[in-house]
Write a protein that binds this ligand. Structure first.
Ligand SMILES: [Zn+2]
Length: 63
């Protein structure tokens, strides 16, 4: 059985919890991510589904 524990921000250097279960990042990093998407909408198409993947790769690298 899986516990519904609070999700942590996917930024490797960040240890905050996400404000929403669907969110990948904490409130602060979500704002950074969203502002990045709005300024680079071409990248957004790739960035949205890739966000958890990229964070995974980054955090794996760090280990
Ligand atoms: Zn964060």
């Amino acid at each position: 059985m899986r516990e519904s524990k609070p999700k942590k921000c996917m930024m490797p250097s960040c240890d905050k919890e996400t404000f929403d279960k669907k969110a990948f990042f904490c409130r602060e990093h979500t704002r950074v991510f969203e502002s990045f998407m709005s300024t680079a909408k071409k990248v957004a198409v790739v960035a949205v589904p890739a966000a958890p993947l990229v964070a995974k790769v980054i955090s794996r690298k760090k280990k």
